[in-house]
Design a binder for this molecule. Structure first.
Ligand code: ADP
Ligand code: MG
Length: 680
């Protein structure tokens, strides 16, 4: 190809001949079912070979509709294409074409037609050749201005010239175990398959391969972490654990006990723990973390817990101090807005080791904080922390054990990909006595009724959250809207109640004062932007109203809903949808009303919005897969992971010829693709 095409390809990530051969079709058109115009019947999916008799462009509003009359020796049929006026230069009268699609009945014109069918102009050599062979034709996504057709031609040439040079990176025994076709056959079939079944089999093999290569990286990364240093061995002390459980105001759930013992096992080994704890909002992750931190202290070392917001840090500090100080553990707070004196004192205690449990925000991993003997680091609400921060935290101790906690259930495929280097524990049981949060979707028409309901809750002594979305791009405007809403609510709607406002632009002291008012019950209704998203624990709050719910992801809505239902009163979540919300958005939100299971919601969210949107953060370490699809290929991913981990366990330094081949292929395939690891 010429340099211009090469440049366009490169922009789309196709830089080498190998990349091009792995550039799989988006879909296929089945040209193999060739029929004659005279025998067409409504509902048939067929291909016909026709002459273009005449054509015309109709306009409806701003849309152009291209209409062509087509015929062969047995009859005539019309075809219409919407919004594709440019076809007048492609399907000119007199040209020959192959047209493929579903035959439908046009009720107005009372005749059969093709609507937006696929087609090939016969003048095009490649097309003629393909059609004569009765082939299934690949359709490629265009790259910049490179059309799918042009890509097809280039792929064909690349296959003819270079296919036999491809070397299969998958180990023999893996191919055999999974009954996978070889690479050369698969690449040939994925582009120009003899049947749709063969195409699917080939695509599946290539998707498996992509996952396998990626999981080899994950396995290597995981091993690298395990070998990154000798961790401090924390031998589990049953007597200390018994003291801990006795001081808890509740019995641990079965899930909490199970996870605590998983963590206990990790702590006792010489390798650093790298564990992800997933548990829905309210499942009791803090108690699990506290039990592990207490063990670290009991064996003479330091533990730290890091949370993303000041409010949450404050809350952890209070809870942990209440829980652990009576056992003799010294709990110290380190946060952003501290006065120099206080800060110096805290840093001093951390440095000397007198601070046995340290609670802080990101400040904990900033320069200048140095621990005397950090053995365990807990990171709460992981989705706010990137891999980079985890690494920085790791450097604060020699090789501390790391426990990452998240209330955002992550679908299995994403967990295995983004957090694939971590072991995973799940708290899948709620503490007893929790009432399910009753959830309803409401629109503007119901607003005054909703307000009446809020008033009645306030009158009976309960508290209410009203959350406003803040979209980063238009933060100023949104903030103005939230503030205005707050003033209206305060002055006009809830004149009998105390209404507070909290948002991200406030100074920490102001924020704290407002939150304090809500926690103590002085404030009845708290209007906020999404700062309450994480953590805040106010058991007396029974209603969560979310404005413009359509602007949030499902997982985020679920998080917000978790702010209520923390006490023993029946709680409610009211999802207000704005006037402009689409039907699709309403349907999406309805999922929340239908289930309380965070994992079900996460799977749906992933399905509807895709992995990038789901994770919602820029620095999320999600690689861009070119063949595999994290939504539909989860079974392949699980297999590939098992196989890749088994392989790496058996070829530890990847020094066999097979191992070297694999490593090379992995590096080539994931270069510059945002893969989070960096292996020799
Ligand atoms: P999250 O997993 O969302 O961080 P928390 O750790 O904040 O949840 O716990 C939520 C609430 O449940 C807290 O008030 C906590 O004291 C309480 N809790 C935790 N474990 C139990 C339990 N086993 N039984 C009863 N209440 C519990
Ligand atoms: Mg929590």
């Amino acid at each position: 190809m010429g340099p211009r095409s090469a440049e366009l390809f490169a922009k789309g990530g196709v830089e080498t001949m190998e990349d091009l051969l792995y550039y799989v079709p988006r879909t296929y058109t089945d040209w193999s079912n060739i029929s004659t115009v005279g025998s067409l019947r409504t509902g048939d999916r067929v291909t016909v070979i026709v002459r273009v008799v005449s054509c015309d462009i109709l306009r409806r509003g701003r849309k152009e509709i291209f209409v062509a009359a087509l015929e062969d020796d047995t009859g005539a049929v019309f075809a219409r294409w919407f919004g594709q006026g440019y076809l007048k230069n492609v399907l000119t009268a007199g040209s020959r074409a192959v047209v493929s699609g579903e035959v439908r009945f046009d009720r107005f014109a009372r005749r059969i037609e093709f609507l937006n069918p696929a087609f090939e102009v016969m003048g095009d050599d490649a097309a003629a050749e393909l059609v004569h062979a009765g082939r299934i034709v690949p359709e490629y996504s265009q790259i910049g201005t490179l059309s799918g057709r042009r890509i097809r031609r280039l792929v064909k040439t690349a296959l003819d010239r270079f296919l036999d040079q491809l070397v299969d990176p998958l180990p023999e025994n893996v191919l055999r175990k999974r009954g996978l076709p070889g690479l050369v056959d698969s690449v040939a079939d994925v582009h120009f398959p003899p049947s749709l079944e063969r195409a699917a089999r080939a695509r599946s093999r290539l998707a498996y391969e992509e996952f396998f290569l990626f999981q080899v990286l994950v396995a290597l990364k995981k091993r690298q972490l395990a070998e990154s240093g000798r961790a401090i061995r924390i031998a589990w002390r049953d007597d200390e654990h018994a003291r801990f459980t006795r001081s808890l105001p509740f019995e641990l759930t079965g899930a909490q006990r199970r996870v605590i013992s998983e963590i206990g096992g990790d702590l006792g080994r010489g390798e650093p723990m790298n564990r992800l704890l997933q548990g829905d909002v309210g499942s009791g992750k803090t108690a699990v973390a506290a039990s592990a931190m207490h063990q670290a202290v009991a064996s003479g070392h330091q533990a730290a817990i890091m949370a993303p917001t000041e409010i949450l840090v404050e809350q952890h500090f209070e809870n942990l101090r209440a829980l652990l100080a009576p056992l003799g553990d010294r709990v110290v707070l380190l946060r952003g807005g501290m006065k120099a004196g206080e800060r110096g004192e805290a840093l001093g205690l951390i440095g000397s080791g007198e601070a046995q449990i340290v609670v802080g925000t990101h400040a904990l991993i900033q320069e200048g904080t140095s621990f005397s003997d950090l053995a365990l680091a807990v990171v709460d609400e992981q989705h706010r922390f990137g891999v980079v921060q985890r690494a920085a935290l790791r450097e604060k101790g020699s090789a501390p054990h790391i426990l990452v906690m998240t209330a955002t259930p992550i679908p299995r495929t994403l967990a295995l990909t983004v957090y694939g280097d971590l072991d995973v524990s799940v708290l899948d049981e709620m503490p007893p006595g929790r009432e399910k949060v009753v959830t309803a979707v409401r629109d503007e028409a119901a607003r005054s009724k909703v307000y009446d309901f809020l008033k009645s809750e306030v009158v009976s002594g309960r508290q209410v959250f009203i959350v406003y979305p803040l979209v980063e791009e238009s933060e100023k405007m949104e903030l103005a809207a939230a503030t205005k809403m707050y003033e209206e609510l305060k002055e006009q709607t809830f004149t009998e109640a105390t209404v507070g406002l909290v948002h991200g632009r406030m100074k920490p002291e102001e924020k704290d004062a407002v939150m304090e008012g809500f926690k103590t019950g002085n404030t009845d209704i708290l209007v906020s932007t999404t700062v309450v998203e994480v953590g805040v624990d106010v058991p007396n709050a029974t209603v969560m109203v979310i404005e413009h719910a359509e602007r949030f992801g499902l997982a985020q809505l679920h998080q917000l809903r978790g702010r209520v239902g923390r006490g023993d009163q029946q709680s409610y979540c009211i999802l207000m949808v704005g006037r402009g919300a689409s039907d699709e958005a309403r349907e999406r939100i309805q999922v929340l009303a239908d289930t309380n299971d965070g994992f079900v919601i996460a799977e749906k969210d992933l399905e509807m919005r895709g992995p990038g949107e789901f994770l919602g953060v820029r620095q999320h370490g999600l690689p861009r897969f070119s063949v595999a699809d994290l939504r539909s290929d989860s079974r392949l991913l699980v297999q590939a992971r098992d196989d890749a981990f088994a392989y790496v366990a058996g070829d530890a330094d990847m020094s066999t010829p097979e191992g070297r081949l694999l490593l090379d292929a992995t590096k080539r395939r994931f270069r510059g693709r945002g893969a989070f690891m960096d292996v020799g």
